[in-house]
Design a protein around this ligand. Sequence first.
Ligand code: AHR
Length: 664
Amino acid sequence: MNKRKILLSSLSLLAGLSATAATNELVVKANKPGAPVQPTMYGIFFEDINFGADGGLYAELVKNRSFEFPQTFMGWNTFGNVSVREDGPFDKNPHYVRLGNPGHAHKHTGIENEGFFGIGVEKDHEYRFTVWARTVDSEKSKIRVELTDPDTMGDKQAICKQDLEITGKEWKKYTVTLKPGKTEAKAHLRIFLCKPESTVDLEHVSLFPVDTWKGHENGMRKDLAQKLADLHPGVFRFPGGCIVEGTDLATRYQWKNTVGPVENRPLNENRWHYTFTNRFYPDYFQTYGLGFYEYFLLSEEIGSEPLPILNVGLACQYQNNDPKAHAWGDDLQQYIDDALDLVEFANGSTDTEWGKLRAEMGHPEPFNLKYIGIGNEQWGEEYPEHLKPFITAMRKAHPEIKIIGSSGPNSEGKDFDYLWPQMKELKADLVDEHFYRPESWFLSQGRRYDNYDRKGPKVFAGEYACHGKGKKYNHFNAALLEAAFMTGLERNADVVHMATYAPLFAHVEGWQWRPDMIWFDNLRSFPTCSYYVQQLYATNKGDNVLPLTMNGKTVAGDPDQNGLFASAVIDKTDNCYIVKVANVSEHPQDLNITFDGMPKKSEISGGKVITLHSDTETAENSLDNPAEIVPQESDIQVSGKNYSTMIGPKTFAVYKFNIAKQNR
Ligand code: AHR
């Protein structure tokens, strides 16, 4: 008997033993379809935190490729005669290195890069090495490019190597393909000057897997991008998060610095390098290789609406709330212009300045941007004061763009209570709410949106996660409570239009914040239970909410309803009803699901149930055991108007019932 069968039969036994427990009556009003579930409802939040971009999704394997880190050789070892110069071919990244004569034919000059926690390469896969180079005092020079295994006890360190001839004193881009003879998670990239007497200059030293997501040269790590696509996200929020704000305005995220040739995108600091001193990463910077063009393209390729968040002229108020840290008066205009120009970059015709750049980068067609968020976790009077001129300017120039304001960093309380009415007054289209909260909060918030004003701005639950006790990566009970809470998002789809779990990615050696949805190392990645919850919602969101009562109550979102949370939708494409039930209790529960008011001469006929369950609350997926907890699917045999079943303890279940013509 397999594990699942054992579980089902033991649960049936338990159900039999608890014969006195009343059956829970779930009644779905099939003839009363309510609000549409927005296509944007379940999405993803991306920020370069936890080495999510550089060292993560962005497939570049070389750290500090342009020698622009404040410590020029951070990430590099040098040997022999290496010097730094700063009159390079890219004005925004002017530094480069000169490999000169080491002084003797038996000595060597070169540089060696450690990658991000090493360089992950796979046996027989191809890696594209590129470098901008020129000779200095001769017409020809040669460099050797090696991937090495620094820990090997073997006779040779190199796991592959190629020579590259550099010709001429003009800067040119050179490419060579490396094919490692073994898989190595922590390789180094070593570059030697082959002829000691022929000095060479090197700039923008880069190494990418050839096999990136969709094969893009400046591409994404395939396994990570695929995991995003598999979530079927309706909306893609980028680039954060706090990095939008900057510790000071000079270090805020400026999208204009992230477009155009990658070689000339200026380096920015990443506040996640120093925000937490218990997880301190002095070598964490933003190269912007993954910039706004790449974000828009990725949104398109994974089928989600792009949702950029821009700075509102306020630095991060947690880190820097001195009024002098913020932009005021006329100084705000450049921030507003950045927002207007972004719409032109995304949607403008190719004869506009920014539309032309988009076309030059490879995408003449517009990206169809529909939403823009202004400000991240701002608070106080200064936020609406700053937001107002953005809204005025955007409405005038682009009335078609929906504007998202913020309710601050907290899910309730003084700032939240102040900002929501302000957002209403400013007529923001949506309001971004954040809640990183413990299990008890998630358990108590199933009805959070039931009484929201139906006429005000819509809700964007823009950053949320259950921070469960005892988490390492992200454990099952937290995910289960997220699933329970999300029934309330779904039941209130008329007011909640978007929800994005956060953060999205974390490198197991480089994280600063947890829990996160997807974890990875240099070669592997795994989805957490929270990932599966998000996926189950996104792939079963249906078209319209259906009213559902549980044991006579009109909502199923109270913790005192036997630990059951539920919602229902109709999926018109697949012609089925979908009922989601989270049983957060430790007991199996009998359910009787009835469909009231089905179309004449129709009935439910067969279907399937997908469950997510663990016997252990703190169980987690991990790199070594990525499938410890995964959704399990089985068929449902049913015909008629109702279905009786038992849901196991600590289980999230998605029931899909086919709607069919009656046979009788
Ligand atoms: O998701 C991590 C951080 O949490 C985000 O950057 C910020 O918006 C929030 O405080």
